[in-house]
Design a protein around this ligand. Structure first.
Ligand SMILES: Cc1ncc(COP(=O)(O)O)c(C=O)c1O
Length: 475
């Protein structure tokens, strides 16, 4: 199994980035309950034939969609060790928790947080954003609200993020009982960064209408375009207005490892909480989300929940309080910290920073090639490693949506899509440390080839639709 996976990673380029699952293969996952045992080798063979070839594709250098990290072999091996130990990191006194605490200490240092800051591994930034919203809510309402519920308070809390912020924030406000409408979406400037004057105005008009603003969320690397909000400016407003400042740095926060990106994250050190993922730009295998909270005491007060069977002691296995379960909703927790610890130690932070910088260089290369091409159009400024563009033609939304699907099905490149100012965009987020300039060339060559093939047909179809529509209308 080990050889298979190491070979898989070594020869990943020889495979399609992604391929659709044939019906017969999909059908194999509709089997009966396995009441009788099977040979380990036979199950492994099924894995090789029916699972491995039809995976997501994000280990492949041609995978450019969404924001998916590429993983790394040291992290993969650490996952095996973690599964062998089968440690439960909800609590108790054992070395795996010290590994997690080590990473919390490293992240405090990296992001300039105080010694009193707490940290926690979670599934991903969606969960870290939710936990941060809960802490901020309890801080604003008072921790008694944990018992009485949000309905017992007369305060109508409101939070603020930009229109470019991630959808997980709306869900966080919904899940923590305030309702997604409590998240006000503030307009952005031409570089897709939150407009701070509009933020001030919105806060002021909410206060005037009897609301209680409590939370402002800056994004360090927006999902669509890679924009970084003015975190210094947000810190000033949060302090003046007495708001909790949360930073969603899902992938962008680790840009702090790249000397050319770090200055643009200035202000991140002033956040009350910071959410980010090691599984994106950090290249740790999925999943490895993380939350850092400036005031660890507030963090604990929002989540601790004593129970007789979780009694703490000064000695013995039940020592070592507070436990990670006191800082989040999970009691049973896996050893995500180990693959992160291995990845950081084996590669070193400088190398991770260099790989982040390289993905941004590749994005600038892609940007240049788009700008030089008369057939392609850049749809948003390139801030970090994300490039949004389209093939220029009539009926561009429909043609470009087809281009994305055909690129993915070709196995040559797998971008995703988004909409920029209403226009359909091919979106390349170059997150994988294995991606090279030749992968960018392959994306562009295939886009042009597919676009040229589709555009005349699309124009004809559009003409036909106009004619048909015209006929019906005339009748
Ligand atoms: C800015 C931002 N926030 C939050 C998330 C959600 O992160 P996760 O998928 O790890 O939950 C993403 C995902 O790409 C993101 O880009």
């Amino acid at each position: 199994m080990l050889d298979d996976m190491l070979d898989y990673l070594e020869h990943i380029r020889e495979r399609p980035v992604w391929q659709p699952i044939p019906d017969a293969v999909r059908g194999r996952f509709h089997g009966a309950l396995p009441l009788a045992p099977s040979q380990l080798g036979a199950v492994h063979q099924e894995f090789l034939e029916n699972i491995l070839p039809y995976s997501n594709g994000n280990t492949h250098p041609g995978f450019l969609g969404w924001v998916h990290g590429g993983g790394n072999p040291a992290g993969m091996l650490a996952e095996m060790l973690a599964a062998g130990l089968n440690a439960n990191l909800g609590g108790r006194d054992h070395a795996p928790i010290e590994v997690e605490r080590q990473i919390v200490a490293w992240m405090r240092e990296l992001f300039g947080f105080p010694q009193t800051a707490s940290g926690l591994f979670v599934t991903g930034t969606s969960m870290a954003n939710l936990i941060a919203a809960i802490i901020a809510r309890d801080w604003a309402l008072g921790f008694a609200a944990r018992r009485s519920g949000v309905g017992a308070s007369e305060k109508r809390l409101t939070a603020y993020a930009s229109t470019a912020a991630h959808a997980s924030l709306r869900r966080a406000l919904d899940f923590c009982g305030l309702g997604s409408d409590a998240l006000r979406l503030v307009s952005v400037d031409a570089r897709h960064r939150m407009n701070l004057a509009a933020l001030r105005n919105t806060i002021q008009s909410d206060r005037g209408a009897g609301y209680t603003p409590f939370l402002v969320i800056g994004t360090a690397g927006t999902t669509d375009t890679g924009a970084i909000d003015d975190l210094d400016g947000l810190a000033v407003i949060a302090s003046e207005q007495r708001l909790w400042l949360h930073v969603d740095g899902a992938y962008g926060a680790l840009g702090i490892l790249a000397p050319e990106i770090a200055p643009r994250l200035s202000g991140i050190q002033a956040a009350d909480s910071l959410a980010f993922d090691f599984h994106k730009w950090g290249q740790v295998p999925y999943d490895a989300g993380f939350l850092l909270v400036r005031d660890g005491e507030l963090h604990r007060k929002a989540f601790e929940s004593p129970a007789a069977y979780l009694e703490r002691e000064k000695r013995g296995l039940a020592a070592g309080s507070p436990w990670p379960c006191d800082f989040g909703p999970d009691l049973s927790r896996g050893f995500r910290a180990l693959k992160t610890w291995f990845t950081l130690k084996v590669h070193g932070l400088d190398a991770l920073g260099a790989s982040i910088a390289r993905t941004c260089e590749l994005a600038r290369y892609l940007e240049r090639r788009i700008v030089e091409s008369s057939e392609l159009e850049l749809l948003a400024p390139v801030s970090l490693h994300i490039v949004c563009f389209r093939y220029k033609c009539a009926d561009a939304d429909r043609v470009n949506a087809r281009i994305v699907i055909e690129l993915q099905e070709s196995g040559l490149a797998a971008p995703s899509s988004t909409r920029i100012n209403g226009a359909f965009a091919i979106r390349a987020a170059i997150t994988n440390h294995r991606t090279q300039a030749t992968d960018i060339d392959a994306l562009l060559d295939a886009t042009l080839r597919i676009g040229r093939g589709l555009a005349p047909a699309a124009a004809e179809e559009q003409d036909l639709e106009t004619v048909c529509h015209g006929t019906v209308y005339d009748e």
